[in-house]
Design a protein. Sequence first.
Lengths: 620, 250
Amino acid sequence: MTTVPSPRDLDFLLYEVLDTAALAARPRHGEYSREAFDAVIDTARQLAADHLAPHQKANDEHEPHVVDGKVVTIPEVARAFRAVADAGFIAATHDAELGGMQLPHTIATAALLHLDAANVATASYALLTTGAANLIAAHGSDDQKARFLAPMLAGRFTGTMALSEPDAGSSLADLRTRATPMDDGTFRITGTKMWISGGENEIAENIVHLVLARIDGAPPGVRGISLFVVPKRLVDDRGAVGATNGVVLGGLIHKMGWRGTTSTVLNFGEQGPCTGYLVGRAHHGLACMFHMMNEARIGVGRAGAAMGYAAYRYSLEYARTRRQGRLPGEKDPTRPQVPIIEHPDVRRMLLQQKSVVEAAVHLTMLCARLVDDLETAADESVRREAGLLLEVLTPVAKSWPGEACQEAISNAMQILGGYGFAREYPIEQLYRDNRLNPIHEGTNGIQALDLLGRKVRQDDGAALTLLLARMGATVAAAREAVGGGTAGTSTNGGGTSLGAAHTLGTLADALEAAVARLAATTGALGEASATLPPARALANASVYLELASRTIVAWLWLQQATVAARALVAGTTGDDAEFYRGKLQAARYWFGWELPRTEAQAALLTRLDSTVYEMQVAWF
Amino acid sequence: MKIAVCIKRVPDMDVRFKIAASGTAVDEAGLKYDMSDFDGYAAEAALQVNEKGGGGEVTALCLGPDAVQETLRKALSMGIDKAVHLKCDAVPFDGWAIAQALAAQLGGGGYDLILFGRMSIDSSNQSVGPMVAELLGLPCVTAASRLDVSGGTGKAQRELEGASETVEFPLPAVVSIDEGVARPRYPSLKGIMAAKKKPLEVKPAQLGAVTVTVTTMELPPERNAGRIIGEGPDMVPELVRLLQTEAKVL
């Protein structure tokens, strides 16, 4: 089986682009070394190959179903969850005193990519548990940590985030689940939640739901929402799991993909009392939940990147071995057929995938690296800047990988032809599984509003200004790497060191122009928002999100290309040289084929195109 | 109870190998290395026997250049207590030379059980374990798929063609381990961190004289792609003709 992500590519990102080895010098990670980081990733690789990949298909074909009120999943799911927990991945980034391993987020993310790529539906039970555990660690009381967090980190309890309701999905401000205060300080929870992933399962002893609800009498809107821990079964002072707690499965939702993870309707307090424990302060639940949601959003991007990468690697191997046809100009039918990778149009589809999936993994890893800086950098200004960059990058890191990888997986399917469309091959499942990513954890439309309406504006645009400055620094570094300008006249890409330098210089010029375009477009939209109604000013936000995403991806590719060009100019040979040339060529593809679309997008945005806004409901 | 498990660092087999310029070895550029598969089973067997017995000690040994320490660390991260690196520039092909180095280290070590993988997955000689047994004058059982030890006696199950047999042997003994014992455990994150603090002793390998060497190494010839000559009974004569004239198998 092909390893995803490719070990060489992962090493490149971790140690040549993101300087992850430096994290081992920070006090929180002082016990680690590069060797230990690699050993952790090796364990993830083994787990993925032995415990997750083998039942990826079975978990899709035999999706969870209800028997006598209980959810039945194939037994491999619980075994895999146990193995992931025993290896230490649920608690990996947590404090040692909580039973965690204080692993940097960057390495945890690198490890989790393998689990996502092998079997996202099974991996989700562990990932959801980690997310819920992180929230309790950040905002829970000591009692809540002892009672719920410790068993979650040990893999005895699973976790969920229960936000959405049948009539309150994207609009959380309108949620209706109620919390009634009791004399003992607890709350009685009543209401219905929907789309709750992992909301019912039998793979562990207990389920810890993190539920958003309104305390009786709370103000309307987002300022009246509080967060509660609601266990499926009550847990006593000594940690023993006891009676059920009035959380009843209303039904399972039958999905297009990601089928192995239960998606549930849950009724709270409908059959017997349901006790909830307030997390953090009353009416501040959404702020607490966003702690988990930002992380979950980056996690969505990671899952999309992993699935896209898996499809790319599969179609690449297929294209290398599948023989069909002869090249145009070959008239002799007795000549052997060529592997389809020899056909330029197949290479086009592979290059599109490569340029997307390798950048998607980079974007995910960059966000994780920034989370590490935010939490553990010694310098206050580094921490502050990491926080700013995460603000502006999160909507892109959530939306772009899933969106772009859908097209990439489609190309993988196209390369396999009919086999790609057949259920006997893995591509169609990846296509279905990934399709969730533009939808959940805030639709991509919500991300667009978040980016244009909030993130690029707040603090006088401080986050975007910083991001653009970082892009400028990457342009300067690329020029410095080739000796101050566009050198040479070779046009063969990265084929020679001279070609590498030439390519890099050209890319640097193009990114500089793209950065100016993004800045100018943002400025124009900012001016317009001062006079236009908000709904009008934000009407084309999705186009802005795409413009920003494509520019950010170009920035990532220039970073990768600069490292590659430096290595080639320094005389790297052999397989490494081929690897670096591939990086340069993928960067060339992105800049030549994908980035130019931002020109049309910038034009549409700058002229405040009103086609969509003015379209009337009655005209459809 | 003292158990030794001898492990080998081998290339990851999931790659397309190239022959080095010497023509007698694989090109090591870009290769990844790991513990040989069967040695992983041996390590697992050692840990299980030790856990059942309680209170013993498991030592991993590996012969080769400095890079093998990475493989030893992996063994330590699985839960093995200590490691010995028998250092030499390169691992010879000659199992007899290797066996002498291992026997020199193992002899007098007081080990009750010395485990090997059934064979290394790179050179597949299956020779070093039995040779070490011979050098140390110990009973030897090869290709055990189950291993139990109690009170100075070992019991091993061996898989035969369509049957299995159980053999008993006195300790100390040398046993080579086949698949069938539980899958090798993963190094957990806790195990990986604990391994950094476990002892890893480095000693020069006292290799015996090398008498067997590789003279040439070549890749298997590329297979031609299959060819579909048509469908249905009408094509049978053509198929027979091709099998006679081209494939020359009829």
